[in-house]
Design a protein around this ligand. Structure first.
Ligand code: ASP
Length: 555
């Protein structure tokens, strides 16, 4: 600019403006003119006050008048602009993640992540917890997801598995006499991909002995409060709200309710059946929500909502709506079957007032609740009720111990096989296992499950019984978990714990959309690292050494 060169010099701490004047330093001026984006330089000069200040950056009041300039390394023009509002698409940025990491938002995300890890370590250390590392090459254990396996070269035909979590090790640490354990640790689950999932992710994994559920909830509520205070400046003086699993399913349609807003689901089955509307009459369950102030939704808007609930992931057959007009009249998509008095009953049940819109779904109970929960969240979005700057933490407690699987005609553990039933429900083990409640709890923020844990079984006979219920044969139970049941024979203390998803927690507190934004080197939506190109094939020699023959790809 008229005999002056201005250089934006960026490092981890921000951007500083350097300036060279042609008149005072011809050599440096020439060199400065050759600089390109992302060149690495070394510079010396005098800090001076800027004539035109930039209030938007921390160093905007000053610039550095150069007396020395060296180019340490040149750079090719980067494939996208390295600035906060970049022009690079996500795939491109992931391919060049090291360039993406230079951008301020990503730097801040990782700095936040570091601060959170430090706070958590400090908090737990203060409470007498110690961090213990557990192995990554372990034995395959059923914890709900599929294991990633690693072939053993030395032991022909045998495999290690990568831990889905350090679950059994932390329990064995309790048997080993460490009464307060934690670990910020990588876990690996070979699951189908979803946008907010990573095949490897980080947990804050914790376990304590001589505790009951209340001790765990109090301890980790304390930890979460500390993090919320230090990171977000939010002081939650009261205990976090608690809700039973049953209430959560009934009122929110899922086990991780977003309680930033109401719009609770109401069961309308008892008042909506028996009026000749075959769809409702033939349904196991009819439920609705009340969208406040939405009676003036247009036909187009209600059609869009109908399409929304009919999406395959949601799977409702259709949507019934009732507009509670401002004049007090009720107009519905099923006027043929229901009188004004009938519809008024629905409105009353949903505590609706003139100006509101009732949205109603029907079908089998489980799917309909699930669809209502999605519809509720969608309406929450449309009405701006899900502000990212508002945080609504919650404990969900009293999960069922078991889950019946129609397809395989057997029970699965709702949490994992080491979770203890509630004392008062143990009697149901033989008669009515479906109704047994577990000492299991989840921690939820804003409709996202952030953590979950349980009080464990510590009696080898009860653990054996549990494996039996879960369809393990005695040999399977022994070969997979003999070590655990054996350990329980040597004076195992009562114990329990919890694990928090560290990536998710960071991403929620950070207000970022995806957990990828808070992971330095994440995998993409298809579980690939497109920067290093993984997974990838390995050489014939490697395969031979491992005694592995790769079958032809199935059609
Ligand atoms: N291992 C469990 C999980 O990863 C957490 C726990 O029960 O502590 O979900």
């Amino acid at each position: 600019m008229g005999g002056m060169v201005f250089i934006d010099l960026r490092d981890r701490y921000g951007v500083t403006q350097l300036v060279v004047d042609e008149n005072t330093n011809k050599d440096i001026f020439a060199l400065a003119n050759d600089l390109g984006r992302e060149f690495v330089i070394q510079a010396k000069g005098t800090v001076i006050e800027r004539s035109s200040k930039n209030a938007n950056i921390a160093t905007g009041d000053i610039e550095i008048n150069l007396t020395e300039l060296n180019i340490l390394n040149k750079a090719e023009v980067p494939p996208f602009t390295i600035q906060a509002d970049t022009d690079g698409g996500e795939e491109l940025r992931m391919q060049y993640r090291y360039l993406d990491l230079r951008r301020e938002p990503l730097q801040n995300n990782l700095i936040l992540r570091h601060r959170m890890a430090k706070l958590i370590r400090d908090y737990l250390d203060n409470k007498g917890f110690i961090e213990v590392e557990t192995p990554y090459l372990i034995k395959s254990t059923p914890e709900g997801a599929r294991d990633f396996v690693v072939p053993s070269r030395i032991h022909h035909g045998e495999f290690y598995a990568l831990p889905q979590s350090p679950q059994v090790f932390k329990q064995l640490l309790m048997v080993g006499g460490f009464d307060k354990y934690f670990q910020i640790v990588k876990c690996f689950r070979d699951e189908d991909f979803r946008s907010d999932r990573q095949p490897e992710f980080t947990q804050i994994d914790c376990e304590m002995s001589f505790v009951e559920q209340e001790d765990i909830l109090k301890t980790f509520e304390g930890m979460m409060k500390y993090v919320l205070l230090k990171i977000k400046g939010l002081d939650f003086p009261d205990p976090f709200p608690r809700m039973t699993y049953a209430q959560s399913m009934e009122e929110y349609g899922n086990d991780k309710p977003d309680i930033r807003f109401g719009m609770k689901i109401k069961n309308l089955s008892h008042i909506a059946k028996g009026k000749g509307f075959v769809v409702f009459d033939g349904s196991e369950y009819i439920g609705g929500i009340c969208a406040e102030g939405c009676s003036e939704y247009t036909r187009k808007q209600t059609d869009e909502l109908t399409n929304f609930v009919k999406k395959p992931q949601i799977g409702a057959k259709g949507l019934v709506y009732v507009k509670y007009e401002k004049d007090g009249s009720l107009k519905s998509s099923v006027d043929k079957f229901y009188s004004q008095e009938d519809l008024k009953k629905w409105a009353d049940e949903l505590k609706a007032k003139p100006g509101d819109l009732l949205l109603i779904l029907s079908g089998d109970k489980e799917h309909t609740q699930n669809a209502l929960s999605e519809l509720r969240l969608e309406m929450g979005n449309q009405l701006g009720l899900r502000d990212k700057q508002i945080f609504a933490p919650l404990w969900v407690v009293d999960f069922p111990l078991l889950e019946w699987d129609e397809k395989s005609n057997r029970f699965f553990a709702k949490h994992h096989p080491f979770t203890s039933p509630k004392k008062e429900d143990i009697g149901l083990l033989d008669s009515n296992p479906k109704d047994i409640r577990a000492n299991a709890y989840d921690f939820v923020i804003n409709g996202t499950e952030i953590g979950g844990g349980s009080i464990r079984i510590y009696d080898s006979a009860l653990q054996r019984k549990m494996f039996e219920l879960l369809n393990f044969t005695e040999e399977e139970a022994n070969s997979q978990f003999g070590f655990l049941m054996n350990a329980f024979k040597f004076g195992a203390p009562p114990h329990g714990g919890i694990a928090f998803g560290f990536d998710r927690l960071t991403s929620i507190l950070n207000g970022t959309d995806s957990i990828r934004d808070v992971i330095a080197f994440p995998k993409n939506n298809a579980g690939r690292d497109i920067m290093i190109d993984s997974p990838s094939t390995i050489s014939k020699d490697q395969l031979n050494e491992l005694n592995i023959l790769v079958a032809e790809k199935k059609k």
